[in-house]
Ligand binder design. Structure first.
Ligand code: PLP
Length: 409
């Protein structure tokens, strides 16, 4: 958790619609990083980031989608991975030593990390994934990078991969030879850049000439609906609000893994095992960012003031995917659909300007989306590129010794 979250000056908000995404990113990152990284260096990190946009798309008056799926692996996690890569490579360059990143993945995190660190000088990435237990598209997104990215295909489960990674971090011989780090999602460097796009969304609304009915350049009511699992994205939004972004409410939209909406109702937090759903990146029973949320809003009452929570079933999710397609000819993925549902529930009683986050491209979830819409989904070019490429992995047994031998080869 940052020690303090300083607010941005009024002039920043007055001129925000004239700033590029990169300029917004720099102004925001500066507040967090302070003097830990010299300004010139931070600028060059941000200059390379993000090289993909987060466009705001209008569905109708007062209803917008923030598309966060234009990165290399078509999900919002690309923002965090790319920024973290920039920050780490800054420190690596200072130390003049190679850094090795070990990450176990059940699918999506590994490819976002690979995309973020691809061709970053001085950094090697080793991704362990369970053989036969990721989808074909996911496997291609893990195994076709080349260069500094190595995919290690483990004859075992995700838990085996995770256990082997943990063991590597404590092995004296490996530590003596290789400088190791993890790309764990609790890392604050992955959260900071996720606050950039809340400002960027606001800037795009102003740019559109959208002003509040209440006058001036502010908004009567601006709400963001965030499809949530570990609540990193929503926490990043709370940071943006602390820094001065005029958001009146966040909507915590979840699938049936609803510990946070439940907490907002009952004031009791009861983490439990997760249940599988069609919005599987949000199948989290004990959200790791809840501790950060509690630090910003220590009581349930304080949290209720800032956040409304709603939870939805898979059937509701499928139904609304059809509804949105029929009404707007716009395809949403199951995660974005949960965000849309939360926003609609909130809007029933409040006439607000609402933005829901679309966290992944629908093509990533063709298996769910196509049967629901009875419609072929267009696979974007850069996903096609992955699919066409040849898989290249290092197969190893479910054995730490094999991993160790490979790393020390
Ligand atoms: C990770 C993920 C989420 C959940 O985000 P959190 O920050 O963990 O709440 C939502 N949608 C998609 C597509 C994701 O990959």
């Amino acid at each position: 958790m940052p020690e303090t979250i300083p607010t941005l000056p009024d002039t920043f908000f007055e001129n925000i619609d004239q700033y590029s995404f990169g300029e917004i990113g720099f102004a925001v990152a500066k507040q967090f990083i302070q003097n830990e990284i010299p300004e010139g260096d931070l600028k060059s990190i941000i200059d390379n980031f993000p090289d993909f946009d987060a466009p705001l798309v209008r569905l109708e008056e007062g209803l917008y989608v923030l598309e966060l799926f234009h990165g290399p692996t078509l999900a919002f996690k690309d923002f965090g991975a790319r920024f973290m890569a920039g920050i780490l490579s800054h420190f690596v360059a200072q130390e003049n030593k190679e850094l090795n990143i070990l990450v176990a993945t059940s699918g999506d995190t590994g490819s976002a990390v690979a995309g973020g660190f691809y061709k970053v000088p001085g950094i090697n990435v080793f991704i362990l994934y369970p053989s036969g237990k990721v989808s074909e598209i996911q496997e291609k997104q893990l195994t076709t990078w080349g260069e500094n990215i190595t995919a290690i295909e483990v004859q075992g489960t995700f838990d085996d991969c995770q256990r082997m990674v943990k063991q590597a971090f404590t092995d004296e011989q490996i530590k003596a030879k290789l400088q190791l780090t993890s790309a764990n999602s609790i890392n604050i460097a992955r959260l900071i850049p996720q606050s950039f796009y809340y400002f960027h969304a606001y800037a795009q609304l102003l740019y559109e000439g959208k002003t509040a009915t209440g006058g001036g350049r502010g908004w009567d009511e601006l709400v963001f609906s965030v499809p949530s699992g570990n609540f990193g994205n929503l926490t990043a939004g709370l940071f943006a609000q602390r820094m001065g972004l005029p958001v009146s409410k966040f909507i915590a939209s979840t699938n049936i893994n609803d510990v946070v909406p439940e907490y907002l109702q009952s004031h009791v937090f009861s983490p439990r095992a997760s249940q599988q759903t069609i919005s599987n990146a949000m199948d989290v029973g004990n959200p790791s960012n809840f501790a950060r949320m509690k630090e910003l809003m220590p009581t349930a009452e304080a949290m209720q003031e800032k956040i409304s929570g709603f939870a939805f079933s898979d059937d509701e999710t499928r139904e609304v995917m059809r509804k949105v397609y029929n009404k707007y000819k716009y395809v949403i993925d199951p995660h974005g659909a949960v965000g849309y549902l939360g926003l609609m529930d909130y809007k029933k009683n409040q006439n607000v300007n609402g933005i829901f986050l679309e966290t992944a491209h629908p093509a990533k979830f063709v298996d769910v989306v196509e049967p629901v819409l009875q419609q072929k989904i267009e696979i974007p070019d850069h996903l096609q590129q992955f699919i066409k490429k040849k898989k290249n992995s290092i197969p190893i047994a479910n054995s730490f010794v094999e991993l160790k031998n490979f790393l020390l080869r």
